[in-house]
Ligand binder design. Structure first.
Ligand code: FAD
Length: 470
C-alpha cells in the first residue's frame, strides 16, 4: 500500500509525463541508498522534472496535497540530506543538466542545477576557462547539490568554496513560486543577500534550479610536489613559507598522516609510493599559474630547498609528468576507499583556524586513544583551509560493529575539542540529518533562533526537506 495519496501521484504523473517520474524499485534503489550506509531512503516515488516551470508546478501540487519534498542532486552527500521517507516525494534534478551559456567577457557560466560538476568543468575547459570547484565526487555530484551544501574540495585555498564561486541563483520556493536571482553582478548591495541564504541550506529553503557561476583563466603551468614533514606544526610553517614564496600561487595544500598514506599505497591498485623516506606526516602541494612565462618548477625547487634547510621538510619529490601528478592525487583521493580495507571507520569533517590544526590533531588523537585504546587515527585533508577529515580506523582486535557503536561518543570527544579551538563541526559536508542534533548542541542560542526564524519565514509550513539542518 503506497503511503502517498493516489491523487498526488496522479497529478504529478500528469504534469511530468512518462520520463518525469518513477515508482519502479530498480529505479528508486540508487536514489534511496546513501553512500555511507548510515541512512536508508524509503521513497516510493521519485520525480525528474525537466524545466524550472515543472519543478514549480510539482512543488505547488505537493503543497496543495500537504506532501513534503526532498530535493536530490547526485546523491553523493555525506550527511543524509537527500534521503526521503515513503511519505515524501523525492525530487531529483538530473534531467535539468544543461550548460546554458558560457560568457567569455563576463567570465561566467549559467547552468541548470542538475548539471554534473565534471560536465561543467569540461564544458568550461573546452572554451579555455577554469571552473575551479573540484571534489572526489565530481563525476556524479550536481552543481545544485554543490551549492545546496556549499561544497569545498581541493581548491578552496585559492578560489574559495561553492558560495564564493556563485554569482546568482534561480530558486523554486516552498509555495511553488520562482525567485529569479540569476545575475552576473560581482557587486550588488541591495539588501539582504538572498543568494547566500539558499547556498548551504541543503534544500530546506528552496530548490535551486539554475546558477550563474564564476570562471577563471585556465592555468598555463602546474607544479605538484609530495613532501615529507616531521610534524603538523612543520606543515603549517611550510604553508606560510609557501604562501609568501609563491605569491599565493598555491592551489592545493593537503596534509596526510602516514597511516592515511600507507592505506592508500597498500590497497589502491597501480599506485606508486612517492618517497622512500619514512615519515609520520606528508604534504601534497600544488602551485598553479595562468601567466604564460611563470616557471613554477623552479619556484617549487627553491621553496623545497629552503624548507629542508630550515628543517620543516625532510624529503620531497616533484611530479615530472602528468602521470606522476595523477599518481600523487590518486593517493590523496583514494584514502576514504582504502581506509575501508582496514575495517570500520568513524569520520569527522571539521575545521579550525589553520594555526590550531596541530593542537587539534594532538589533542584529538590523544582523547580518541583514551576513549578507545588501540584506535588508529587516519587524519588527512585540506589543511590549507584548516579542514581536517579527522577519520579513525578501528583497533585491529575490535569487532567492526562494536567500534561503530562508539560513533557518537567519539564524535562528542572530537567535536568538543574542535569547539574549544574555535572550529566548526562541519567544514564542508553540511548538517543534513547526521549532525542536526549536534548543530543544536554546539551552536549558540542566538544562532539557532536566527536559523529557525529564517526557516519559518521562507518555509512556514515546513514543506521542503523537513528534519534536515534545523
Ligand atoms: P546530494 O547528495 O544529492 O544532496 C545534498 C544536499 O543538497 C541534500 O540536502 C539535498 O536535499 C540538497 N540538494 C541537492 N540538490 C539540490 C538542489 N538543486 N536544490 C536544493 N537542494 C538540493 N564534499 C565537499 O564539500 N568536499 C569534498 O572534497 C568532497 N569530496 C567527496 C568525495 C566523495 C568520494 C564523495 C562521495 C563525496 C564527497 N563530498 C565532498 C560530498 C558531496 O559530494 C558534496 O556534498 C556534494 O556537493 C553533494 O552534491 P550532490 O549533487 O551529490 O547532492
Amino acid at each position: 500500500m503506497p503511503f502517498l495519496p493516489d491523487a498526488v501521484i496522479n497529478d504529478l504523473k500528469d504534469l511530468l509525463g512518462p520520463k518525469g517520474w518513477s515508482t519502479d524499485l530498480d529505479v528508486l534503489g540508487p536514489h534511496n541508498s546513501e553512500a555511507r550506509g548510515k541512512f536508508t531512503g524509503h521513497a516510493e516515488l521519485v520525480i525528474f522534472p525537466a524545466t524550472t516551470a515543472e519543478v514549480a508546478k510539482a512543488v505547488a501540487i505537493c503543497a496543495k496535497h500537504d506532501i513534503t519534498i526532498v530535493p536530490q542532486g547526485g546523491n553523493t552527500g555525506r550527511c543524509g540530506g537527500a534521503v526521503a521517507s515513503n511519505k515524501q516525494v523525492l525530487l531529483n534534478l538530473k534531467r535539468m543538466n544543461r550548460v546554458i551559456e558560457i560568457d567569455e567577457r563576463d567570465f561566467t557560466a549559467t547552468v541548470e542545477a542538475g548539471a554534473i560538476l565534471q560536465t561543467i568543468q569540461d564544458a568550461c575547459a573546452e572554451r579555455d576557462f577554469l571552473f575551479p570547484l573540484s571534489l572526489g565526487s565530481e563525476g556524479s555530484c550536481q552543481i545544485g547539490g554543490n551549492l545546496a551544501t556549499n561544497a569545498g574540495g581541493l581548491n578552496v585555498i585559492r578560489y574559495g568554496n561553492a558560495r564564493d564561486l556563485c554569482l546568482g541563483l534561480e530558486v523554486v520556493l516552498p509555495d511553488g513560486s520562482i525567485w529569479n536571482g540569476l545575475s552576473k553582478l560581482r557587486k550588488d548591495n541591495t539588501g539582504y543577500d538572498l543568494r547566500d541564504l539558499f547556498i548551504g541550506a541543503e534544500g530546506t529553503l528552496g530548490i535551486i534550479t539554475k546558477a550563474t557561476i564564476k570562471l577563471f583563466a585556465q592555468p598555463q603551468h602546474i607544479a605538484t610536489a609530495w613532501i615529507a614533514v616531521p610534524s603538523p606544526e612543520c606543515a603549517i610553517d611550510l604553508l606560510a613559507l609557501a604562501r609568501r614564496h609563491s605569491g599565493d600561487a598555491i592551489s592545493a595544500f593537503e596534509l596526510l598522516s602516514d597511516f592515511a598514506h600507507t592505506v592508500a599505497v597498500t590497497y589502491l591498485p597501480n599506485i606508486k609510493r612517492p618517497l622512500a623516506t619514512k615519515t609520520n606526516w606528508h604534504v601534497l602541494i600544488e602551485l598553479s599559474s595562468s601567466r604564460p612565462n611563470d616557471d613554477l618548477q623552479t619556484l617549487l625547487v627553491d621553496l623545497l630547498e629552503k624548507a629542508v634547510e630550515i628543517g620543516i621538510a625532510t624529503d620531497a619529490t616533484i611530479a615530472q609528468s602528468d602521470t606522476q601528478r595523477k599518481n600523487l592525487w590518486a593517493i590523496r583521493e583514494g584514502i576514504p576507499e582504502a581506509q575501508g580495507f582496514e575495517g570500520g571507520s568513524i569520520k569527522h569533517d571539521v575545521s579550525v583556524p589553520v594555526s590550531n590544526v596541530p593542537d587539534l590533531l594532538e589533542r584529538g588523537m590523544a582523547a580518541a586513544q583514551a576513549l578507545i585504546p588501540g584506535i588508529r587515527p587516519c587524519p588527512f585533508g585540506h589543511v590549507g583551509d584548516g579542514n581536517i577529515h579527522f577519520n579513525f580506523t578501528q583497533p585491529v582486535v575490535m569487532e567492526k560493529a562494536a567500534f561503530l557503536r562508539r560513533w557518537e561518543s567519539l564524535n562528542s570527544v572530537i567535536h568538543d575539542i574542535v569547539t574549544d579551538l574555535g572550529g566548526s563541526i562541519s567544514a564542508e559536508h553540511g548538517i543534513g540529518q547526521l549532525k542536526r542534533d549536534e548543530l543544536a548542541h554546539y551552536a549558540s542560542d542566538e544562532k539557532m533562533k536566527l536559523l529557525r526564524a529564517i526557516k519559518t519565514a521562507i518555509d512556514p509550513d515546513g514543506r521542503l526537506n523537513p528534519g534536515k539542518v534545523v
